[in-house]
Write a protein that binds this ligand. Structure first.
Ligand code: 13P
Length: 251
C-alpha cells in the first residue's frame, strides 16, 4: 500500500486567531518525512492557511460543487479550488450525508467532477450504529463505494488521486473509537471490494484511512494494522501537537 496519509478535517471550526496559532504549531512540529499530510480548513480560511502554512502540508477543501461554477448560490466549484492552489477535497463525509442530506448519487457526481479537474478526493464511507448492529456494515460500505467508484471509473482512468476514508458514523465525535480489529476488518473488506470491482493493482495501492475519534493516545495501535494506511482526524486535528503525534504514529 501507498505512503501513510493523515488528513485533518477542521470542520466548521476556527477563527482567524485560533487558526494563526494552529498554523504556527504545525509549522514548528517535527513531522516524519514519509507521511502525506493534508489539512482541510473551512473555505473562508483556506487563503490564510495557504499563505502561512508550511508547504510540507497540503490543503484540502471540505466540500465542492458537482460541476463547473455558475449560478449556484453559496457553492464553491472544484475549478475555483484549483485556482487557489487547493489540492484535495473531502467528499461524502458523514455530516454531509446525514446532517445535510447528500445522497450517493450526488456525492458520486461531485467526486467525478473534482477528479476530472485534477483534485485529489478523500472519499468517505461508513455505517451508522443501527446498521452495524443489524449486521449491515459491509453492505453499507459497498453501496457507498459503488456510488463513488462508478463515477470514478466513468470519469477518471486513474485512482492515484483517491484516498478512501472509512469513518463509522458512531465513532465520529463520540470518543468511541473503533477498535483496531473492527477497523482492520472493514479496511480488508474495502480492499477486497476494490480487488473484485476495480483491479488488484488499485486494491493494493489505494490508501484506506480510518476516521472517528482518532487521538494522540489511540493512533499508534490503529496504525499497526496492516490495512490502515492513515487517518482522517476531526477534533484532535485542531490541536497542533496532538495532530503531529498522530501524523508520526506510523513510525
Ligand atoms: P473526530 O476525529 O472528531 O471523531 O471526527 C472524525 C471525522 O469526522 C473526520 O472527518
Amino acid at each position: 500500500t501507498g505512503k501513510f496519509f493523515v488528513g485533518g478535517n477542521w470542520k466548521c471550526n476556527g477563527t482567524k486567531e485560533s487558526i494563526t496559532k494552529l498554523v504556527s504549531d504545525l509549522n514548528s512540529a517535527k513531522l516524519e518525512a514519509d507521511v502525506d499530510v493534508v489539512v482541510a480548513p473551512p473555505f473562508v480560511y483556506i487563503e490564510q492557511v495557504k499563505n502561512t502554512l508550511t508547504d510540507r502540508i497540503e490543503i484540502s477543501a471540505q466540500n465542492s460543487w458537482v460541476g463547473k461554477g455558475g449560478a449556484f448560490t453559496g457553492e464553491i466549484s472544484a475549478d475555483q479550488l484549483n485556482d487557489i492552489g487547493c489540492k484535495w477535497v473531502i467528499l461524502g463525509h458523514s455530516e454531509r450525508r446525514h446532517v445535510i442530506g447528500e445522497d450517493d448519487q450526488f456525492i458520486g457526481k461531485k467526486a467525478a467532477y473534482a477528479l476530472s479537474q485534477g483534485l485529489g478526493v478523500m472519499a468517505c464511507i461508513g455505517e451508522k450504529l443501527e446498521e452495524r448492529e443489524a449486521g449491515k456494515t459491509f453492505d453499507v460500505c459497498y453501496q457507498q463505494l459503488k456510488a463513488f467508484a462508478g463515477k470514478f471509473l466513468d470519469a477518471v482512468p486513474s485512482w492515484d488521486n483517491v484516498v478512501i476514508a472509512y469513518e463509522p458514523v458512531w465513532a465520529i465525535g463520540t470518543g468511541k473509537v473503533a477498535t483496531p480489529v473492527q477497523a482492520q476488518e472493514v479496511h480488508v473488506a474495502v480492499r477486497d471490494w476494490l480487488r473484485k470491482n476495480v483491479s488488484a493493482e488499485v486494491a493494493s495501492k489505494t490508501r484506506i484511512i480510518y476516521g472517528g475519534s482518532v487521538n494522540g493516545g489511540n493512533s499508534a495501535e490503529l496504525a499497526k494494522q496492516e490495512d490502515i494506511d492513515g487517518f482522517l482526524v476531526g477534533g484532535a486535528s485542531l490541536k497542533g501537537p496532538e495532530f503531529a503525534t498522530i501524523i508520526n504514529s506510523s513510525a
